[in-house]
Design a protein around this ligand. Structure first.
Ligand SMILES: [Zn+2]
Length: 389
């Protein structure tokens, strides 16, 4: 195997190579093996592991570790990307990794191939100056299943690691958390997400004889009114108020003189750390029971809310960002869910990466200079986390 000189690894070149692998979930398209070769060149011990839940497609994941002693600091990320969408909405090849005027454009540039490359290069630089026996361990948990169902990815790798007694002491997720400028925001928690499907059953009948029917549509309206007019909470110290949004109302009755006996609605709740999915379900059922009538409520939980309390991970990360950019990052809990929802059950986790404004859009892009700065921030973070002997 060719031994790449660790310090010579170039994060922009590595990002570009990763972007040229069209790894739209669940396809790997060579992304994980490419990363594995780069990490092995630095001295990481790599294990690629595939998982396949029944009814899903097989997904490749990677766990890489350098060092066997001390605290294990893990970087988590994903090589998979969302589809590019219509080719004509892009001004360049979405998988061409074009660099022009200091801007790198391509699917996965922001979310989040650049961050993976930046971490790998920061690790290479750290090991080049401190040697491989620096008294700790650096690892990477990279999945190819984050953007879609996320059942064959991070959650499975974490279980697999735990079974083997592999412990993570802290984790940085490289999602693009910066809002407008690199370093303006770190995620220190995430809201939970719960999907509800509400089915109301009444009695079908003739619109001219409502006394012989029980209009399911009317009941559904009353129930949705109860759910949307009652504030769930007023927020908490680190979180904005929880929020319920109705995403679909479905009666499917094309007949003008028919009272529908069944009506359905779907909603999504983004909830803060004042709730668990279970306590929220109890709250929802109490409101629905208050309206009365026969209903079924099916609940699907995408993730519980969590908050990483202030500690070494968030402190060192904020300090590293300040050193490199001069900015004091906001400690945020907004936005959607990420794989941090799985990791938080194992160790303290914070998320920090590039500006995410163009993620999932046509002409997804990042500033080349931001990739270099992100690498320096990660390097500073490693130096703060492993202060040396
Ligand atoms: Zn992402």
């Amino acid at each position: 195997m060719a031994q790449a000189k660790p310090a010579a690894l170039d994060p922009v070149a590595l990002t570009s190579e990763l972007i040229r692998c069209p790894s739209v979930t669940p396809a790997d398209a060579g992304a994980i093996p490419l990363l594995q070769r780069a990490l092995e060149g630095i001295g990481f011990k790599c294990e690629a592991v595939a998982f396949q839940e029944p009814g899903t497609e097989k997904v490749l994941n990677l766990y890489a570790r350098l060092g066997s002693a001390g605290r294990n600091l893990c970087f988590a990320g994903h090589t998979d990307v969302v589809p590019p969408g219509a080719r004509e909405s892009w001004s360049v090849d979405p998988f061409g990794a074009s660099v022009k005027d200091g801007v790198l454009t391509g699917r996965g540039a922001a979310d989040m191939k650049s961050a993976i490359a930046a971490w790998a290069c920061a690790a290479a630089s750290f090991v080049a100056s401190r040697g491989r026996d620096f008294g700790g361990s650096i690892s990477l948990l990279i999945t190819g299943d984050e953007e879609a169902v996320a059942v064959n990815g991070t959650r499975k790798v974490l279980e697999w690691l735990a079974q083997r007694g592999e412990k993570l002491d802290a984790c940085i997720v490289g999602e693009p958390t910066s809002a407008k400028t690199l370093g303006d925001s770190i995620k220190v928690g995430r809201r939970g997400s719960l999907n509800g499907t509400l089915t109301v059953t009444g009695v079908q009948g003739h619109t001219a004889y409502p006394q012989l029917a029980d209009n399911a549509a009317h009941r559904l309206i009353a129930m949705l009114q109860a759910l949307t007019s009652t504030p769930i909470d007023t927020g908490s110290e680190r979180f904005e108020p929880s929020n319920l949004q109705v995403s679909s109302i479905d009666i499917g009755n094309p007949t003008a003189n028919l009272i529908s006996g069944k009506a359905r609605a779907a909603f999504n709740v983004r909830f803060n750390d004042r709730w668990t999915a279970r306590s929220l379900e109890t709250w929802l059922r109490r409101l629905l029971d208050g309206v009365g009538g026969k209903y079924e409520l099916a609940i699907q939980v995408s993730g519980e809310s969590f908050l990483t309390p202030p500690g070494p991970v968030t402190d060192h990360l904020a300090a590293a960002i300040r050193r490199v950019t001069g900015r004091a990052p906001e400690l945020s809990t907004t936005g959607g869910t990420s794989d941090a929802r799985f990791i938080q059950a194992y160790c303290p986790v914070a998320e920090f990466g590039l500006v995410g404004a163009s993620a999932h859009k046509a002409n997804e892009h990042v500033n080349v200079n931001d990739i270099l700065e992100l690498m320096r921030i990660y390097l500073n973070f490693l130096e703060l986390y492993f202060p040396g002997r």
